[in-house]
Design a protein around this ligand. Structure first.
Ligand code: AMP
Length: 249
């Protein structure tokens, strides 16, 4: 069976992003870009299923500018068998990505699509859910354990009250939470091997998808600066401050 893993190129999680002076967005010029961390987890899970002999092929997909090829090469160095780039310079909203992925799923017929639960740039947490709705497939979001057996997949999810376990029939959508696994490091031999793996490029028009944005960003601003804390000499002063200044007790 085939697994599709959508991987997004995002600003590296170590970079402190700066808001543009006109408040129209964040400045990503000359900033280090990487694979969205939750997508690395998704790919790692797909690789573990393949290594356990339960999956035959893992296909990484990225939607965006030509440089997303680098993200796909990283995906193939982790182990994906091939990559598909849906190339566009348009700004992609989750609904547009979900429509592109739906068109690819119709073509590729995977049994499982594993996405990250959210992209760390827009923090939307929408694409997997929208894709499940468009395809009419069952979905399990925020997976912390995945077991694939006998034509069904069992997913454990972290919920407020503890753990929830869902059984899904295939084909299905899974989105990954942080504790699902610890992704492997990419090795140099695998980076070299990845260069030879097939990478196809298509355009949204080829898939018949209109990616015109539906949302307008009104303003982006920095979070308010936190004021420095103070050290209190003893508990009595702390209690007095909480009562008289913070007025929380
Ligand atoms: P979001 O809904 O934007 O928070 O993204 C959730 C997940 O959807 C990500 O972790 C990726 O797996 C997938 N995704 C979102 N945007 C893209 C993209 N442009 N290309 C590939 N996958 C994407």
């Amino acid at each position: 069976m085939k697994v599709l893993v959508p991987v997004k190129r995002v600003v590296d999680y170590n970079v402190k992003v700066r808001v543009k002076s006109d408040g129209s967005g964040v400045d990503i010029a000359n900033v280090k870009m990487s694979m969205n961390p939750f997508d690395e987890i998704a790919l790692e899970e797909a690789m573990r299923l393949k290594e356990a002999g339960k999956v035959a092929e893992v296909v990484a997909v990225s939607c965006g500018v030509a440089q997303c090829q680098e993200t796909l090469r990283t995906g193939m160095a982790i182990g994906a068998d091939r990559g598909i780039l849906v190339e566009t310079s348009a700004e992609l909203e989750p609904l547009a990505v979900a429509k592109l992925l739906k068109a690819l799923a119709d073509k590729e017929q995977p049994q499982l699509i594993i996405l990250g639960k959210q992209a760390i740039d827009d923090d939307s947490n929408q694409t997997g859910q929208m894709l499940a709705a468009l395809l009419g497939w069952p979905q399990a979001t925020f997976a912390s354990k995945v077991v694939l057996e006998d034509g069904k997949v069992t997913v454990t999810r972290e919920v407020d009250g503890g753990l929830e376990t869902l059984a899904l029939t295939l084909p299905a959508i899974i989105t990954t939470d942080l504790r699902l696994n610890e992704p492997r490091y990419v090795t140099l031999p695998n980076i070299m091997k990845a260069k030879k793996k097939p990478l196809d490029t298509v355009k949204p028009e080829d898939l018949g998808v209109d990616v015109t944005p539906r949302l307008k960003t009104l303003k982006v601003s920095e979070p308010a600066k936190r004021s420095a804390g103070v050290k209190v000499p003893d508990v009595a002063t702390l209690v007095a401050k909480l009562r008289n200044e913070a007025k929380v007790i």
